[in-house]
Design a protein around this ligand. Structure first.
Ligand code: FSO
Ligand code: SF4
Length: 549
């Protein structure tokens, strides 16, 4: 196996024997083959687009396939076997339709023609060996192709959440097909792929805007909320991941059952939405970021539901009370099936299971504050602008992104704690758990940590920045007193980064390490064009950031 798609890639280079995330070589092979199959479908999909042929369900199929390969989203080999076979079948159906319509297919890439005539894992594995990341020999082309693919994975995840709420944009699916097909095209130069990378960022903005619209028009605009982090004495279900539709359906189905609902990790921002506040059995948030799940799930005692990544291979003590749904999966966890004909998912099995289990053990008490997505910040705009004008706020620090296992990430806790008291942290994603319980105080009633929401709500931070640019009548977003010190872990953070770049944001510092998939030349392009930097130590970095603009 070779995988270097996340920040925890072994040795900062890539996982070759087993993933730090727990991905085995067999699973890695199937994921490589999944991506290859999606590239093949996309080649035909592009031809169908050109011929004006609509393929029902194609956007959704590709999105799900990409999402399943995001770091720690799905460890279930059986699901990949099924999905790859479906992919080849769908691909060949599109091919047959096009031939029937007299569309000239020309010479097709191997990805669009290969077959696996066996259910044997070994055959799948040997097929995948020729199609993995290292199949592209030139390291710069490989780096750019993978950068695009990882951006597409993040984009697909966000587009899928929007689609679950009935919000779709066919242009996004079309772009994903074009870009996937382009990663097979040997005639494209490094410059072509750099241009495609930026275009991926533009579509990242479109996708996050669509998801923002889907979330806010369905559940209302996030608002300032004190979120309870303590527990009650009832059986309970802990919901992890990002999918708000799943969350809503579970809240509905648990009403009046005596089972409480808590959020974990990236589901915390569900607490900020007005629509979910009417449920008395929605208690609050339990625990911290994804990587702490082993100890926290153990103590939660109840049922756990993953709606998306990030799954950590479980301890045997709680594995039998974990469920997955959507694109997430893990062998041995029960999987809740997809919606059929727009009907709600059936969560009855896990609700009945929860009733038989004890209440959560308290691990924390008190509250944390969040809900500062764009509408809420706009509502406070006068206050914020006055504070900037009076000098009460000197600088904003966008510290969005991810949390993770590495000790080096304690940098972000120390950084947040050491920031001058006249600075505000703007955050989104699970990075917040590094400092959202530090009690960093407020500036004239404006909390010093403003949490916009999930990683996709980084879009909100960009909208806020653009609004401030307008209010202060600046020509360039980079003239604002905003510094970007972003932590990343997996591929959704890649699309967030590309989206920020496409909006013209410069001098983003990325840590705790730069992606292993950036070759030295590609890293140089990012440094030279966008001023991308990394982190060093808290003291020097704060001095450097405070000096800028
Ligand atoms: Fe991932 Fe990062 Fe959203 Fe976290 S991008 S790791 S769980 O911030 O949040 O899915
Ligand atoms: Fe390694 Fe990350 Fe790939 Fe998992 S996703 S195999 S940890 S690089």
């Amino acid at each position: 196996m070779f995988c270097y798609q996340c920040q925890e890639a072994a040795g900062g280079k890539g996982c070759t024997k087993v993933g730090v995330c727990g991905k085995t070589a067999d699973l890695a092979a199937l994921q490589d083959l999944m991506i290859y199959s999606l590239k093949g479908i996309s080649v035909l999909g592009v031809k169908a687009d050109e011929a004006g042929v609509q393929v029902e369900g194609l956007d959704r199929f590709i999105m799900e396939g990409l999402f399943m390969t995001i770091t720690n989203a799905n460890f279930d080999k059986d699901r990949f076997f099924v999905k790859i076979k479906e992919a080849l079948k769908l691909r060949d159906e599109i091919k047959a339709t096009l031939i029937e319509k007299g569309v000239e297919l020309g010479e097709l890439a191997d990805a669009a023609t290969f077959t696996v005539n066996s259910n044997d894992e070994i055959v799948f594995k040997s097929t995948s060996e020729k199609v993995g990341v290292l199949a592209t020999e030139n390291e710069d082309i490989r780096s750019l192709r993978e950068l695009i693919i990882y951006g597409l994975k993040g984009m697909a995840a966000y587009a899928e959440h929007a689609s679950n709420l009935g919000f779709e944009d066919p242009e996004i699916g079309k772009f994903i097909r074009e870009a996937l097909a382009a990663t097979l095209d040997d005639s494209l130069t490094a410059d072509d792929l750099v241009a495609l990378t930026l275009k991926t960022g533009e579509y990242g903005v479109t996708t996050m805007a669509l998801l923002d619209k889907a979330n806010t028009s369905t559940y209302g605009n996030p608002e300032i909320t004190e979120v309870n982090i303590g527990v009650r004495n009832n059986p309970a279900i802990l919901v992890s991941g990002h999918d708000l539709k799943d969350f809503e359906e579970l809240l509905e189905q648990t009403q009046g059952t005596g089972v409480d609902i808590y959020t974990h990790g990236e589901m915390l921002p569900a607490n900020y939405y007005p629509a979910f506040k009417k449920y008395d059995h929605f208690v609050g948030n339990y625990g911290n970021a994804w990587w702490k799940q082993k100890e926290e799930f153990e103590k939660f005692n109840g049922v756990i539901l993953f709606t998306t990544n990030c799954i950590v291979p479980p301890a045997a003590s709680y594995a039998d009370r974990v469920y997955t749904t959507g694109s997430s999966g893990y062998p041995g966890f029960k999987h809740i099936a997809d919606r059929v004909d727009g009907q709600a998912k059936d969560f009855s099995e896990l609700i009945e299971h929860a009733k038989r289990l004890p209440a959560p053990t308290e691990i924390e008490k008190g509250t944390i504050v969040g809900g500062f997505a764009h509408a809420q910040v706009f509502a406070l705009a006068d206050k914020v602008v006055d504070a900037v004008k009076s000098g009460a706020i000197k600088k904003f620090f966008v510290m969005a992104g991810c949390d993770g296992r590495m000790k080096s990430r304690n940098y972000y806790t120390d950084f947040a704690a050491a920031l001058p008291k006249d600075t505000i942290i703007l955050t989104a994603g699970c990075a917040k758990y590094k400092y959202n319980k530090l009690n960093l105080g407020d500036i004239g009633g404006i909390p010093r940590v403003l949490d916009a929401g999930q990683c996709n709500d980084s879009y909100s931070l960009a909208v806020i920045a653009l609004k401030l640019k307008e209010i202060f009548e600046l020509n360039d977003i980079n003239d604002l007193p905003i510094a970007y010190n972003i932590a990343w872990y997996e591929q959704k953070a890649v699309i967030v980064l590309l989206a920020l770049l496409s909006l013209g944001v410069k001098n983003i510092h990325l840590g705790p390490t730069l992606p292993a998939f950036l070759s030295p030349n590609v890293a140089k392009v990012l440094v030279d064009t966008f001023g991308i930097g990394t982190i060093s130590n808290v003291e020097d970095d704060i001095a450097m950031f405070m000096e800028e603009t």
